[in-house]
Design a protein around this ligand. Structure first.
Ligand code: PMT
Length: 406
């Protein structure tokens, strides 16, 4: 099987992560990765003291974005704090020291991070981390209370051994809990947390000889959007993708395949553990019976370029749909040039799917576009959706799929 695993960044909402001078600053790296895994674009702003614990280069490498520290570091942007504040859909400060909590609570703005906090009108999430006595000091409690009253979301520190040797409250909350709070502020649903999702996407490519092949016009946009949406909603996602020009989604286990038989093998591996399986790939229904080892030449003895013997490919959805276990949700597609709903109904039954996404293909529709118009067909319902982005469609499909969990 021609398969490999890879990842690349995806971007949607922007979270500005503020890192302050605390031993827990290294945990900000994990927070950044988790946010990216949820499909969020991350920018980082640091205090000078934070750079004593983790270098800006680390965050630059993780985020592929510039990392701001000083108020006047960027000569092209003299009001950097305002532009950073405006870019943020949520401003998360993690870890946040007692000093920075005190400054923000009292409106002090003497560096880039605190100035940005003052200029930011988006939700503020604060995850404190410090020594237990500092954390329990009435001054700190009062400052945290002030921020809470002003609408900031506080992800309180946990109990345990602290870096200073003391035991008590002051440890930075778990990165996953901090990220969950941020995603809640962003309004991102996590209804697929703890679930496994398998998605097939893109075309398959069936070789005729080393240079020619049978394939179709699928770009993979639909399947990739579904994989990204499932990951953002908390699922552990395996994307089995035919050849596409798309970047592999962040935080999604991506298996690259070429032929229908490769795709079946990769899907068979992930399918038993999947809670939801979405078969959006445009699998070539047939392949040349034998792929020639050398380029077929016009006029070569024994070569008839006018005839290629074809055989039927396995039907991945029908094969795996027939093996569906209780509790598994199977979503298939129907790409039709006519009678979409009737054909989708037939495929629902013959391929053992719970839901079929019917769409019209040809004449510039569905294949390669950014939008699509579909019918969602289940055993007892048909829903017609107007033209919408494939990103939004992905969420609509997943919304219906989770309903099968009851
Ligand atoms: O990738 P994009 O450019 O975004 O385009 C999106 C799309 C048009 C590819 C997508 O919306 C779509 O319709 N995907 C299914 C394409 C297709 O092969 O449809 P079908 O009606 O031929 O097949 C029905 C179902 O059986 C599909 O779920 C398909 O994945 C599956 N199938 C088909 C043949 C086969 N040998 N194995 C399969 O698993």
């Amino acid at each position: 099987m021609a398969a490999e695993e890879s990842c690349a960044p995806a971007a949607q909402k922007t979270v500005l992560v503020g890192v302050t001078g605390c031993i827990a600053a290294y945990k900000s790296c994990e927070i950044v990765r988790l946010l990216q895994k949820a499909g969020v674009r991350v920018k980082v702003v640091m205090t000078e003291h934070a750079t004593e614990f983790v270098g800006p280069t680390t965050f630059r490498a993780l985020t592929h974005e510039t990392v701001a520290v000083g108020l006047f570091d960027d000569p092209s942007d003299p009001i950097h704090h305002v532009s950073l504040a405006q870019e943020a859909d949520v401003f998360l400060i993690a870890p946040c020291t007692a000093n920075v909590i005190a400054k923000i609570a009292n409106g002090l703005a003497d560096d880039l991070l605190t100035t940005t906090a003052l200029a930011c009108t988006s939700p503020l999430v604060i995850a404190p981390a410090m020594n237990v006595n500092m954390y329990e000091n009435p001054a700190t409690r009062y400052n945290i209370g002030k921020l809470h009253i002003r609408g900031a979301r506080i992800v309180e520190a946990g109990d345990g051994y602290l870096a200073c040797g003391d035991v008590g409250r002051g440890r930075l909350a778990e990165p996953a809990d901090i990220v969950a709070a941020v995603l809640e502020e962003l309004g991102v649903s996590r209804d697929l947390a703890g679930r496994r999702v398998l998605v097939t996407a893109g075309p398959t490519v069936e070789p005729i000889d080393p240079v020619r092949y049978i394939s179709n016009h699928s770009s993979g946009k639909t399947g990739y959007a579904i994989a990204r949406a499932a990951a953002r909603r908390g699922a552990d996602v395996t994307l089995v993708s035919g050849p596409t020009a798309l970047a592999t989604p962040e935080g999604v286990r991506t298996v690259h395949v070429k032929t229908a038989r490769d795709m079946l093998a990769a899907a068979e591996e992930a399918y038993p553990a999947a809670d939801v399986a979405v078969f959006s790939a445009a699998v070539a229904d047939m392949r040349p019976k034998e792929a020639a080892a050398r380029k077929l030449k016009k006029g070569a003895p024994g070569t008839d370029l006018g005839t290629i013997e074809l055989v039927e490919n396995p039907d991945i959805l029908a094969t795996l749909g027939a093996a569906k276990r209780v509790g598994q949700v199977v979503v298939g597609f129907a790409a039709e040039t006519e009678n979409v709903v009737a054909n989708a109904r037939k495929k629902l039954a013959t391929k053992h799917a719970d839901l079929i996404v019917g769409n019209v293909v040809g004449e510039g529709r569905a294949f390669g576009t950014d939008d699509n118009e579909v019918w969602l067909v289940s055993a007892d319902d048909v829903e017609e959706f107007p033209l919408m982005s494939k990103e939004r469609l992905a969420d609509e499909i997943l919304d219906r799929a989770v309903q099968f969990f009851g």
